[in-house]
Design a protein around this ligand. Structure first.
Ligand code: ADP
Ligand code: MG
Length: 460
């Protein structure tokens, strides 16, 4: 491990990678608020803000995190997940966010509204791709509830909807700290509602009345990724009433989505027509000039030393969306620091070339799958390929069929041959059986996850 790599740099790079791999929702929900601690040559602790997050990371993202840490740390690390304080994010050496001038109380207000203070208008670059959205957003922030209501923003992923929406909330809070701003994703809104319905039956718990009071008393309601509530009947009903209450009281509502209101097929007309009743703006993919401007802005905000040529190179290479653009930028800087070089074009090419290569996954070996399944269930290779039909052998055999089918592109017929000359219909049946059981059998699901996990580790 190069000694320039401390846990902060390591974790920034890991986060940058995860952000590219995971959906925004998953990234924000599970990963964004973690940090690394106690890095040694062979281990690192991942600090999670709650037991819930810890559990989820261990169960679902373990191998992803492990692989990323090993790659960036250039070694083999054991990962320990712990619950702890994850708040002191600000002194990151490679902070990709801006340097804030907002006061501490404002940060606290922002956090309690569910906002991240790092998303401001000041660090939002206006380009031809977002001109209208940006103009309306600033007008809304200056005149909430008056100028444009509701304000509906849509675009593909990573193009700046969340940033713009949160900038509105932050600006309103900055101008008027008492204002009740609520930011929630469509998913969080739904989960909170369900929680209120379920726990509200116990006395003194968070109940539906409290839920309603909270949302219906907002001065500004920001619902991010509202498409999530489409098709969820109770949630959209609840949302409809919240919307109406606020709208009639002339409170500002801002919504974002991955598609325009007219493209919602799974949402009642009365709701889509509410969405369209104010003003709608989209955000397009940024052109090269905007991409360069965004990276230059980032450089200014974070005082990174990286020259124009390298910035142009990254901006030219990454034309998908801004999240990936930022990820690539961070990756180049992290890579350069880790190897102790300055981030010239050559180094950038190496750093990005690497990540492109990494994406092409190594094919998983079929024999490795069979061996791992045998090990896991403590049965012999001759048994899994053999004719015996006792339960303790049939299940592992079917799990092997299922995993080979799911993790490789092997046709049923070939799977049959490899597993002791079985007919392809037997394989199809076995795969389907596991698919069905995995749906509701917790133990089997866990087993399969464990085996996959073991396979990914073995694959390294
Ligand atoms: P979305 O919600 O559309 O998926 P985000 O708002 O999360 O996208 O943006 C992804 C990343 O790109 C964020 O880190 C955000 O700060 C940054 N970003 C997006 N648009 C801009 C912009 N116009 N100027 C500066 N940074 C931007
Ligand atoms: Mg978003």
């Amino acid at each position: 491990m190069p000694n320039t790599l401390n846990e902060k740099k390591l974790w920034d790079a890991v986060l940058a990678e995860l952000q590219l791999t995971l959906s925004e929702l998953n990234y924000q929900t599970w990963v964004a608020n973690t940090k690394a601690r106690n890095l040694t040559n062979s281990s690192v602790e991942v600090i999670c803000p709650s037991p819930f997050v810890k559990d989820r990371l261990q169960k679902s993202l373990f191998s992803l995190i492990q692989n990323s840490v090993n790659k960036i740390g250039k070694g083999e690390y054991e990962i320990f997940f712990k619950v702890g304080d994850t708040q002191d994010k600000k002194e990151t050496s490679l902070n990709i966010g801006p340097l804030f001038e907002t006061s501490a109380t404002n940060d606290t207000n922002a956090k309690s509204a569910g906002l991240s203070p790092k998303f401001t208008f000041d660090n939002y670059v206006m380009g031809s791709n977002n001109r209208l959205a940006f103009a309306i957003a600033t007008a809304v922030a200056e005149n909430p509830g008056k100028a444009y209501n509701p304000f509906f923003i849509y675009s593909g992923v990573g193009l700046g909807k969340t940033h713009l929406m949160q900038a509105i909330g932050n600006k309103i809070l900055q101008d008027n700290p008492k204002s009740k701003v609520i930011y929630a994703t469509g998913e969080a809104f739904m989960n909170e509602m369900i929680e209120a319905i379920q726990s509200g039956r116990g006395k003194g718990r968070y109940n539906t009345n409290q839920f309603r009071n909270k949302y219906r008393n907002a001065d500004v309601l920001l619902i991010d990724d509202v498409q999530f509530i489409a098709g969820k009947e109770t949630t959209q009903e609840e949302f409809f009433h919240t919307f109406n209450t606020l709208y009639l009281a002339q409170k500002q509502i801002v919504l974002t989505s991955d598609r325009p209101p007219k493209d919602f097929t799974d949402l009642e007309d009365r709701i889509t027509s509410r969405f369209s009743s104010g003003i709608i703006a989209d955000i397009q993919t940024p052109d090269i000039d905007t991409r360069i401007a965004i990276l230059r802005k980032k450089r200014t905000d974070t005082h990174d030393s990286i020259n124009d040529d390298t910035i142009n190179f990254i901006a030219e290479k990454i034309n998908t969306n801004i999240r990936e653009l930022e990820g690539a930028y961070l990756q180049v800087l992290t890579y350069a620091k880790a190897i102790g070089e300055s981030p010239e074009i050559q180094i950038a090419a190496e750093a990005l070339g690497q990540s492109i290569k990494e994406e092409k996954r190594k094919p998983i070996n079929i024999n490795q799958i069979i061996k791992t399944v045998c090990n896991y269930y403590s049965i012999r290779l001759t048994d899994i390929k053999g004719k015996r039909r006792t339960k303790n052998i049939v299940l592992p055999r079917q799990v092997a069929m299922y995993l080979i089918h799911n993790m490789t592109e092997t046709p049923y017929m070939s799977i049959g041959e490899i597993l002791g000359g079985r007919d392809h219909t037997t394989i199809m049946h076995g795969v389907r059986k596991v698919e069905e059981e995995v749906e509701f059998e917790g133990k089997l699901k866990q087993d399969i996850n464990n085996i996959k996990h073991a396979l990914l580790i073995a694959d390294k």
